[in-house]
Write a protein that binds this ligand. Structure first.
Ligand SMILES: NC(=O)c1ccc[n+]([C@@H]2O[C@H](COP(=O)([O-])OP(=O)(O)OC[C@H]3O[C@@H](n4cnc5c(N)ncnc54)[C@H](O)[C@@H]3O)[C@@H](O)[C@H]2O)c1
Length: 316
């Protein structure tokens, strides 16, 4: 079997750190090259090779792919939903051109596989709110959602037209304790755990009753690796797979935390992120991912809360 050499672009971010560490365990530290525009995340230091790189610089990216004998790329560099609304041009430019650069190089260098995440942000106010299906009305209203939806169709195009084996998941909001979140609408569900331990109170930027699809990072990392390791004939969706684990509202995550920290209190000051959240589905139907490549989540809200609080406490 060919020795895979993986390049992770955006490795210093919320997902990138944990995905890089997980890939290094499977493929060997030297075979997984971390890269990012910003400095190496301290959690990656000493765990394997790192190169500083801008995904927008196609030539530099191409040189690295050839020089390092890269066979697979995981592209995580993007501007997220909340930051994207503040800088729509930058979000569109990075999210589109970064992907096209990677897809072009994958085609030219005949890479074995590419991973690129989409998001539940592709769905808009006209999509079904409950159990939003794989194929449905998709009319996103954020620049982030527009860029992800366009990106899905570029992936589909490169697979069918050029045979690039690019695979994708529509992640829900991701909750983790290692690397900080990068400017998404679901970031409150990470901040709340930090504040619950430090302050015993939290002010939510989303209103009571705002249900959103969410997932604990270990499930997201496992889903990503299971998708990428599935035999090619099982991957029937070439845009991006719906992926789901749990849905909850701010008061429900607060109640879950109160089971461990009874004195924890919550207040609400919704801001511009409320309208982004309101445009998305409250829950996602991922039955196609379950049927095609066997996806099943492990964490629900209470199991995640227990794990988050234990790990954050031990981090001090
Ligand atoms: N975190 C979530 O809840 C979530 C949900 C749905 C989808 N996603 C998607 O997953 C991917 C990773 O998200 P994340 O939460 O880890 O984001 P993040 O913002 O935490 O990390 C992105 C990383 O990309 C890097 N980057 C930015 N511009 C770059 C450039 N020009 N060249 C190289 N690197 C650059 C940043 O420095 C950062 O370290 C994104 O595509 C995002 O849209 C994330």
């Amino acid at each position: 079997m060919k020795q895979e050499k993986i390049l992770v672009i955006g490795a210093s971010g919320q997902i990138g750190v944990e995905l890089t560490l997980a890939l290094r365990k499977i493929y060997g530290a030297q075979n997984v090259i971390a890269s990012d525009l910003r400095e190496q995340n301290p959690l990656l230091e000493g765990t394997g090779p790192y190169v500083s790189m801008d995904v927008m610089n196609k030539e530099m990216l191409h040189v690295q792919v050839i020089r390092q004998n890269v066979t697979q790329i995981y592209l995580l560099a993007a501007i997220l939903s909340a930051t994207g609304e503040k800088n729509p041009n930058l979000a569109w430019h990075l999210n589109m051109q970064g992907l096209l650069n990677v897809l072009d190089i994958a085609r030219e260098e005949k890479l074995t596989k590419v991973y690129w995440p989409s998001s539940i942000a592709v769905f808009g106010p006209t999509s079904p709110k409950q159990n939003c299906p794989q194929q449905t009305i998709i009319e996103p209203t954020t620049v982030y959602g527009i860029s992800k939806y366009a990106g899905e169709f570029w992936c589909n195009y490169y697979f069918h037209k050029f045979g690039v084996d690019v695979r994708s998941l529509r992640y829900p909001g991701l909750i983790s304790y290692k690397s900080a979140p990068g400017g998404g609408t679901t970031d409150y569900a990470v901040e709340i755990y930090h504040e619950a331990l430090a302050e015993k109170s939290y002010t939510s930027f989303l209103e009571k009753g705002t249900y959103l699809p969410m997932m604990y990072m270990p499930d997201a990392i496992r889903a990503t690796i299971e998708l990428m390791e599935a035999p090619i004939e099982k991957i029937k969706v070439r845009t991006s797979y719906n992926l789901s684990a749990m849905s909850f509202s701010p008061e429900e995550i607060a109640a879950s935390i109160q089971k461990h920290i009874p004195e924890f209190t919550m207040s609400y000051e919704p801001d511009y992120r409320q309208s982004i959240a309101d445009s998305w589905p409250q829950s996602i139907d991922d039955s196609v991912a379950r049927a095609d490549w066997g996806w099943a989540p492990e964490y629900n809200l209470d199991k995640m809360t227990a794990d988050m609080l234990t790990n954050l406490k031990s981090q001090g």
